[in-house]
Design a protein. Structure first.
Length: 733
């Protein structure tokens, strides 16, 4: 068993036997500039997403999709990270991460870098993606591009469907500047009396309950190209509204109009020590979220100085908050075009997840529980089907008369969740069902509150986690009566119980009947639902007490191996690595000669390849059609089939929030086949032939384009997809 102290030892020297005659050498000092800034590193991550959109080898509609992902990512970055920096600047709270400048300096750097990326995004759309879409008969058009007949039909559509919901709001001494809701599109209109008089300002909000892009052919006929192919044209809703502003300001002359968009602080702040009812407090704060202070003002590049000055003044913003956007605003809405068009030749090849071989139906049907009695099963989503593995596990538990109880954590799930449906069925059948619903999951708070109430009404025992902590671990346990004994079946994963994202996110999940894991999850659920303060586990590392210390303990063990002349090896795959204590432990391990490979999708504050500091560390980022989401940790060399090294999977990234402010769980993978699967994945991700992004010692990312007949140069994902399509049990390595 491993006991996890609250904080790890400050340095490897603390573990030296005090009875040694010679004093241990002091650890080599680490340079002050050893960390990359986390916020700028996040922008570099989004730049890598943009690179996929810019790549002409990416299928055309997938390029549009990556532009949408880039835009949505940037929205969230401003709503959360930039909002937090602004709050720190206003309150004088220092930034925790040691690499960071002052909040004001950092905000200036973010504004500069953000403007560069948005300019790249606009160029990619306007000069590359749109012309290529037009060559395929797909157009985003302006009002002036329509024929007179099409305009007449669209005028009728406007009168019937759009005009009744529009509300122009004047700004003058009798009408204060209106509230601008976050992420809404708005038209700033300047009007005047044609008989003379001052110019006046008004705001028209683009309604959010109509499509951003109208499919012209559905309203105004179906034109075809000369070769007979159907031409598909989309008209942005703001173009339709702008063309009819005269109807909103009857008798006035519209002098100019400009599109703008405001991003607001979306953080929810709760005083959990004061609020007795967490659900009521959270609902109250969610109602306030829409009134958070503005953090970004996006405007079209053609906006006049007078209108921009008015917006900046009325919104109480400064020049660094303004982002001039060439072309369309809100490119996250390109998802609508991607989802609307049925053009397989312009998208990634269709992919159907495969049932894991150990869950495949044979001549004699067997339950999930019977199969787990044969040994652990490691599933890899989306390559392995979620519905025929994890979902089936919960559904069979709900229907099995021998199952006594189901305990599960829910951080995010889908709107029509079969997992929730199964839990409701189980509760109505009289089983004990305990569900920890994390109602503080960012941007899913309202959905999770609704699920919590539905589950409670069905008879489930619903709890909301621990005060001051988010419950982010992905765990489920089924308690089953088997003859005269009780047996526990468990799932510990890296991703949410979300059937839809399980087809888009790359994640691992371990299904097991191992008694030690069952005992661990029993203890963990007692912590989550009761007053237990359990910190000792058998095959789990649990945050906030045990993950950081457990990882550093294993890093230091590899350092000792290297110092004694043995081979040391550390490989970690996470979404982000920011925690300074872990980074410093990795630096010292590199100085000791340990080979370290890091696969980091997003933020990386560690500098690899620095002589004397990190020359034994490589950092790589894998991006592709699936969101790389799994967290995998490997310590020690040797063949996995013979038990070489330790392998862990779980929910924790190497960030302060995960290690200090969340309940996270990593499970040790012991099954030889499962370990071999993780080994092949890690080896493939770091192979020289694999296409990916490599991080340099100066913080810059370089894309590598290499390949072989065995490895597709796009990423590890293509090799894994090919493996599923071929029905192969082996990965090229």
């Amino acid at each position: 068993m491993t006991r996890a102290p609250r904080r790890p030892a400050p340095s490897p020297a603390a573990s030296v036997d005090p009875t040694d005659d010679a004093d241990p050498p002091p650890p080599r000092p680490l340079p002050d500039d050893r960390y990359l800034d986390r916020e700028l590193s996040w922008l570099d991550f989004n730049a890598r997403v943009l690179t996929l959109a810019e790549d002409p080898q990416t299928p055309l509609l997938e390029r549009a999709k990556f532009l949408a992902i880039f835009g949505g990512n940037l929205d969230e970055f401003y709503m959360v990270r930039v909002a937090g920096l602004k709050r720190r600047m206003q309150t004088g709270i220092p930034i925790r991460h040691r690499a960071s400048r002052s909040p004001r300096e950092l905000l200036e750097r973010i504004a500069e870098r953000g403007a560069q990326l948005v300019a790249r995004q606009a160029h990619c759309l306007t000069d590359e993606v749109l012309p290529r879409l037009a060559a395929e008969g797909i157009h985003i058009v302006r009002w002036t591009d329509l024929t007179s007949g099409e305009r007449e039909r669209m005028r009728g559509y406007f009168r019937e469907h759009i005009f009744p919901v529009l509300t122009p709001l004047a700004v003058d001494p009798a009408h204060p500047f209106p509230y601008i809701s976050g992420l809404s599109l708005n038209l700033a209109a300047v009007v005047r009396d044609p008989e003379g008089g001052p110019v006046l300002f008004a705001r028209v909000k683009v309604p959010n309950n109509v499509p951003r892009f109208f499919l012209i052919d559905r309203v105004a006929g179906e034109p075809r190209t000369p070769d007979g192919q159907r031409t598909i044209r989309f008209l942005p809703v703001e173009e339709l509204i702008a063309a009819h502003l005269g109807q909103l300001f009857s008798g006035m002359e519209v002098v100019e109009h400009h599109l703008f968009r405001v991003t607001r602080n979306a953080e929810v702040e709760l005083d959990e020590d004061r609020d007795e009812d967490l659900l009521q407090a959270l609902e109250r704060e969610l109602a306030r979220r829409r009134f958070g202070p503005p953090v970004r003002l996006e405007v079209v590049s053609s906006i006049s100085d007078q209108v921009l000055d008015l917006l900046v003044r009325e919104l109480d913003m400064d020049e660094h908050d303004v982002m001039r956007v060439p072309g369309l605003l809100d490119l996250a809405s390109l998802w609508q075009i991607y989802n609307t068009l049925d053009r397989p030749n312009l998208k990634d090849r269709p992919f159907v997840p495969a049932t894991h071989p150990q869950f495949a139906e044979g001549e004699t049907p067997r339950s999930v529980f019977s199969r787990l009695n044969d040994g652990d099963i490691l599933v890899h989503h989306p390559y392995h089907s979620f519905s025929t593995s994890v979902q089936r596990f919960v559904e069979q538990a709900a229907a099995d008369p021998d199952v006594l109880a189901i305990k599960q954590t829910l951080y995010r799930t889908s709107g029509d969740s079969p997992i929730v449906d199964a839990l409701i069925v189980a509760a109505k059948a009289g089983k004990q069902v305990v569900v920890l619903v994390e109602v503080k999951a960012r941007f899913d708070e309202e959905a999770n509150i609704a699920w919590a109430r539905i589950l409670e009404r069905a008879g489930c025992h619903v709890v909301y986690g621990l005060v001051g902590l988010k419950t982010h671990c992905k765990t489920a346990m089924v308690v089953r009566q088997e003859g005269g004994t009780i047996r526990r079946y468990c799932h510990v994963g890296t991703g949410n119980y979300h059937p839809k994202t399980a087809r888009l996110y790359e994640d691992f999940g371990l299904l097991t009947a191992d008694p030690e894991v069952g005992a661990d999850l029993t203890d963990l659920f007692n912590v989550l639902t009761g007053y237990s303060r359990q910190t000792v586990y058998r095959r789990l590392l649990v945050a906030p007490y045990g993950v950081r210390s457990g990882i550093i303990e294993r890093i230091e063990r590899e350092s000792k191996h290297a110092e004694s002349g043995q081979s040391g090896l550390i490989r970690i795959k996470v979404n982000a690595i920011v925690d300074e204590e872990v980074i410093d432990a990795l630096y010292r391990a590199s100085q000791a000669g340990v080979r370290i490979d890091l696969v980091v999708r997003g933020i990386c504050a560690l500098r690899p390849g620095v002589p004397g500091l990190s020359e034994h560390i490589r950092v790589r980022s894998v991006l592709g059609r699936f969101l790389e989401h799994s967290r995998v940790f490997h310590f020690g060399s040797g063949e996995p089939e013979s038990g070489g090294g330790e392998y862990w999977i779980g929910s924790a990234d190497l960030m302060h929030r995960n290690l200090d402010r969340r309940v996270e769980a990593l499970v040790k993978v012991t099954d030889p086949k499962a370990k071999a699967e993780l080994e092949r994945m890690l080896r493939l991700a770091m192979a020289d032939e694999t296409g990916a992004f490599d991080l340099g010692d100066d913080g810059s990312w370089q894309r590598r384009r290499q390949g072989s007949p065995e490895l597709d140069s796009a990423s590890t994902q293509e090799a894994l997809l090919r493996r599923i399509a071929d029905g192969s049990d082996r990965l090229s390595s």
